[in-house]
Design a protein around this ligand. Structure first.
Ligand code: MGD
Ligand code: MGD
Ligand code: MO
Length: 769
């Protein structure tokens, strides 16, 4: 039977990058920018005196050299530096209820916010307000709460070190540690898992290590879309003849082959560089099984080799000197059967053996990973099993080897470093007391899931958001949104309008801030801010464009304004700090000694790297690196027994988290739509479905609250992914994830493993209700 033609679905057989990427940039720029003024911004991305790309946290050697082309970086820049404006006239033309009906794309596409605005319930509109009045009312509302722990202070990871530091300072002086953070939805499994394994919650490699590795494993991330500049590095690695192994249920084009827009020969001849030599399409949630299978093979091969008089396959000298806990891991592996490993991973024993052999033959191995590993109920364990695998052959703390969590937001790592954490240490309490003269409690505050739970249950009464789109990014909007409408206070510091801003609390403020691309001038002159990338490199970022509106304030200035109004007895000289960001950096250095000589070091081209103990085989608080056992294998063994599929949610090529630039997902062959679910051919057939059928989805999360969560009227698309696995886009899939479905260790929502039942839709319309 000939396959039916489904609108907007086609095979994409090109490489990642290439002319398609250039054309996409041209379209993105044309859609947003007046060529001339705004496009000048593109030439300053990641330049020595330029600004840090707001696109992703992949490091960039070119902070010291020439322009590096990146399609999705260009989209991020053009989206921020757009010529469009959401003015007070716009807000007076549209009620909030009316805007609620708009798509996420349409809301942000109105352009940059220009004035501070307050919600007026009588007219159901946002109306302009002066900065001083906004601050005064926010301060009054925060002071009116009976307990500071009834307020939540969210941070999204674009916020600079300087703004984040001031923000946490204000919140701590106010008296709470409620710091929900986008990191809680992202790499929290890394931040919780790695310190237990190797003493530090960050990656151990630098960009230079990629020049020396002789095997590279990529687990659960999609660099072609989410970290396109990384493809340049992967391409170099591949061209050195180094095997790259991809572990991903979906065959992501960027992991298969790449035509570098930087390489005229490749562009003109339409040739591409192959990326992954081997591609293992693991079942969703099957990574622990694969990792245990590889380790089981290594441990067995090691025993055989030692018995035959060899030196073994494991790095015994390293293990003896630098690790603890191998016996327990050996025991766990001995009790894990190959049958279970094969069943849970969806890969054959031969495949797993080949992966283990490749690993064993390489002297220097890097493992990179992303959300495909962290956003599971067993996210922390996923991370720790990767660390185990590396430790078995001493692949941490030496040149060309290590673990590389690929962070999301461009400064999500830095925000945590400068104090955005709901679990403060005594050292932080002491340091802030010393420098600023006030104490704050050690009690743990709320992370993102806890914060939203507290709002849902009416325990929290205020939500302040430093950027982001919390309501849309978090799971379970149907249960959480109504509660957000009941809050006493909502404050959003933002560049563009999004849905979270329309969930109006009793008092609601929209505070527009400068973006990375713009000049930030304070009393002390033109300022730069600093950010930390995925490899712990800290560098300066300075915007060059005139601000989108003369009424914008910088994020640090907004924090200072709120702090002054909220804390009449404050011990902090907010105005003085904001006049010159060098002073904020000096304060950061006083509180976090690892920033020693901050202002001088950050002025060096390329910045500086923060100390990462594990990179030097200094294992910090754990003394020696630890092999950690994760009991069992599967994410959720019951899914197949009940004819369920495991659904993952992914980003399209045309979005930045909840920011939807457009409706194409070029490398997956989707154009003009996002209402699709990628399914395996046999899974379709087993359900009596055909490619292109309309389907309904209901989630069945074990131990959930019993509420059925549905979405209707999506379209099934036949796709190359393992039997039992399915995929759809984020945030459309968030309605299927209960708030309580998360990794119990790190609180990371299980966005990547949702047990679902998929059936033919009886719904004629194409809506998502
Ligand atoms: N252009 C652009 N850039 C971005 C972002 C963006 O939205 N757009 N977002 C930024 C942010 S905040 C982040 S965190 C990063 C996200 O970057 P990624 O980590 O690449 O994010 P996802 O799109 O969620 O993709 C995860 C990948 O994991 C795979 N996967 C899903 N489930 C599993 C599984 O069970 N096992 C394995 N092995 N793989 C699995 C999916 O097929 C997909 O390829 O990118 C950052 N950069
Ligand atoms: N189902 C599912 N859900 C997910 C994920 C998933 O993979 N699947 N991924 C999760 C992950 S990894 C993350 S990080 C979260 C993302 O969650 P968030 O960080 O909360 O969301 P974003 O979409 O990045 O936020 C976009 C908004 O940030 C504001 N903004 C942009 N630039 C700036 C700036 O410079 N300053 C300020 N103040 N505001 C700015 C704009 O108003 C814009 O509308 O989502 C999570 N949710
Ligand atoms: Mo993220």
């Amino acid at each position: 039977m000939a396959e039916r033609k489904v609108p907007g679905i086609d095979e994409y057989d090109g490489a990642a990058g290439g002319w398609g990427a250039l054309a996409a940039v041209a379209r993105a720029v044309k859609g947003q920018m007046a060529v001339g003024r705004e496009t000048a911004a593109l030439r300053r991305v990641n330049q020595p005196a330029g600004f840090d790309c707001p696109g992703c946290a992949w490091p960039d050697p070119r902070h010291t050299s020439s322009f590096e082309f990146c399609e999705n970086g260009a989209k991020a820049v053009s989206w921020e530096a757009t010529g469009k404006r959401a003015t007070p006239e716009f807000f007076s033309d549209h009620t909030v209820s009316e805007l609620w009906e708009w798509s996420d794309h349409a809301l942000e596409d109105e352009g940059r916010l220009t004035h501070p605005m307050a919600y007026d319930a009588v007219s159901d509109r946002y109306v302009p307000i002066s900065w001083e009045d906004a601050f005064a009312r926010i301060g009054e509302a925060l002071r009116a709460l009976p307990d500071p722990d009834m307020a939540e202070f969210y941070t999204s990871g674009r916020t600079s070190n300087e703004a984040a530091f001031l923000y946490q300072l204000m919140v701590r002086e106010y008296g709470t540690n409620n710091f929900p953070d986008c990191s809680n939805m992202c790499h929290e499994a890394t931040s919780v898992g790695l310190p237990e394994s190797i003493g530090v919650g960050k990656g151990t490699v630098t960009l230079e290590d990629f020049e020396h590795c002789d095997a590279l494993f990529s687990f659960g991330h999609n660099p072609g879309t989410n970290h396109p500049r990384m493809l340049g590095t992967l391409r170099e690695v591949s061209r050195r003849g180094v095997p790259i192994v991809a572990v991903n249920p979906l065959r992501e084009r960027g992991l298969e082959r790449f035509t570098s827009p930087q390489d005229p020969a490749e562009m003109l001849t339409n040739r591409a560089t192959p990326i992954a030599q081997t591609y293992y399409q693991v079942r969703i949630g099957g990574d622990i099984a694969l990792l245990k299978g590889m380790m089981k093979w290594l441990v067995d091969a090691d025993a055989d080799d030692l018995a035959a008089g060899g030196t073994g396959v494991l790095d015994h000298a390293f293990i003896a000197e630098h690790t603890q806990g191998l016996e327990a891991l050996r025991e766990d592996l001995a009790h894990t059967s190959w049958d279970d490993i094969v069943e849970q991973s969806g890969l054959s024993r031969d495949d797993i053996t080949a992966a283990a052999q490749l690993y064993a033959h390489a002297e220097r191995v890097i493992i990179c990973y992303g959300m495909g590993m962290t956003q599971h109920r067993r996210g922390t364990q996923n991370v720790q099993q990767m660390a185990n695998l590396l430790l078995l052959r001493g692949n941490i703390g030496r040149k060309g080897a290590g673990i590389a969590p690929i962070r999301g937001h461009s400064n999500v790592q830095g925000d945590r470093t400068v104090g955005i954490t709901e679990k403060p240490t005594q050292a932080l309490v002491d340091a802030i007391k010393r420098r600023f003269g006030f104490a704050f409690p050690l009690t743990h505050g709320h992370d993102a899931v806890e914060a939203v739970r507290a709002i849902r249950d009416g325990r929290s009464r205020a939500l302040v958001c430093m950027g982001g789109n919390l309501a849309v990014a978090m799971p379970d909007p149907d249960t959480t949104l109504p509660a957000m409408r009941n809050l006493d206070l909502g404050v959003h510091i933002a560049t563009k309008l999004n849905r979270s801003h329309l969930i109006t609390a009793k008092q609601m403020f929209l505070l527009p801030c400068l973006g990375r691309t713009e000049r930030d001038v304070q009393a002390g002159g033109l300022q730069s801010v600093t950010v930390e990338d995925s490899m712990s490199m800290v560098h300066a970022s300075q915007g060059g464009l005139a601000p989108a509106s003369e009424h914008l304030l910088s994020e640090p200035a907004i924090v200072a304004g709120m702090a002054r109004a909220t804390l009449p007895q404050t011990k902090v000289d907010w105005n003085w700090l904001v006049e010159d960001y060098d002073r904020i950096r000096d304060a950061i250095e006083a509180v976090f000694p690892m920033f020693g000589d901050y202002n001088a070091r950050v002025r060096r081209p390329g910045g500086f790297r923060l100390y990462i103990g594990a990179s030097e085989r200094d294992w910090g608080a754990v003394g020696k690196a630890r092999f950690l056992v994760a009991p069992g294998l599967g994410e959720d063994p019951s899914t197949r027994a009940h004819d369920l599929l495991t659904l993952t949610t992914v980003r399209s090529h045309d979005q930045y988290n909840t920011t939807i630039y457009g409706f194409d997902d070029r490398y997956r062959g989707v154009s003009g739509r996002r209402d699709v679910v990628f399914m395996n051919a046999e899974d379709l057939e087993a359900r009596g479905l055909q490619h292109g059928d309309r389907i309904d989805i209901v989630s069945h999360v074990p131990g959930g609250d019993g509420t059925a969560r549905h979405v209707h009227g999506f379209t099934a698309v036949k796709y190359d992914l393992p039997r039992g696995s399915a995929a759809m886009y984020y945030p459309e899939g968030n309605r299927l994830v209960p708030l309580d479905s998360h990794d119990p260790r790190s609180g990371t929502p299980a966005y990547k493993s949702i047990p679902v039942r998929i059936t033919k839709s009886h719904d004629a319309g194409g809506h998502v209700d």
